[in-house]
Design a protein around this ligand. Structure first.
Ligand code: CTP
Ligand code: CA
Length: 222
């Protein structure tokens, strides 16, 4: 009940959250993906819903149940996520890209199962579209655009560069090497980076991290 009774400081705001990995097909049997489970993005969608926002969750394949009272759009590939996010982008007050979008997909998708050959093989890859960079280039006035950044080294420098290059209002930086952070855990350790402000959050639940991110967004939008 305490959760339901939380402050409704996002009432009337439209927020789109992406979550989970994408899957890039190789052939009818195989795909390329990453270790994202969707927990951080789903926690964000749930927190935003509890705070009164009109939430759309665009999610790659995950094993978790979407939060109630959230419009959930299931996608598989980076290209599908790009289509479903960009067509809804203009009307959003805030967009949070928590999804781990694949940077590459197989250059061609084979219609038939690939049979193994003698010896090693090479899989040609093509780059996917950078959804967040596109959103940054086409950002309507007043929209809050938030990215995530997963790094194993030079976390702050690399994340600050992404903030600038993708024209973001904030990037939530994760260091994959810190205990309690990253893939599959129920907790996270995140630094919130804005152009003029950096806030290192303590180890806490993904729900609490979600609320801290939404505190910044709610304050900026009000
Ligand atoms: N992102 C995206 N579309 C892509 C790749 C990434 O929208 N094709 C978004 C992610 O959802 C995340 C942010 O960009 O919010 C940063 O993702 P990350 O993988 O940390 O950085 P990249 O810019 O992809 O750079 P690299 O993986 O080389 O570090
Ligand atoms: Ca990437």
């Amino acid at each position: 009940l305490r959760e339901i009774a939380c402050k409704k400081d996002l009432q009337g705001k439209k927020i789109l959250v992406t979550a989970g990995p994408t899957q890039e097909a190789v052939d009818p049997v195989r795909y390329l993906t990453n270790h994202s489970t969707g927990k951080m993005g789903y926690a964000l969608a749930r927190c935003a819903m509890l705070r009164g926002a009109d939430v759309t969750l665009v999610t790659g394949p995950t094993a978790i149940t979407p939060p109630p009272f959230v419009q959930t759009v299931a996608v598989t590939s980076a290209e599908e996520m790009y289509q479903e996010v960009t067509k809804r982008a203009a009307e959003q007050n805030a967009i949070i890209m928590a999804a781990a979008v694949a940077d590459y997909r197989p250059a061609t998708v084979s219609a038939e199962k690939q049979k193994k050959q003698a010896g090693d093989a090479v899989l040609p890859l093509s780059r996917t579209k950078d959804i967040l960079a596109y959103l940054g280039e086409h950002k309507p006035a007043g929209q809050f655009l938030c990215g995530f950044s997963m790094e194993t080294q030079h976390m702050l420098e690399n994340s600050r560069a992404k903030l600038k290059q993708k024209h973001l209002d904030m990037i939530c930086a994760n260091n994959l090497k810190v205990a309690g952070a990253g893939f599959g855990t129920d907790t996270n350790v995140v630094t919130l980076i804005q152009a003029q402000k950096e806030q290192e959050l303590p180890l806490q639940s993904k729900e609490a991290v979600g609320h801290a991110i939404l505190d910044v967004i709610a304050k900026t939008l009000s």
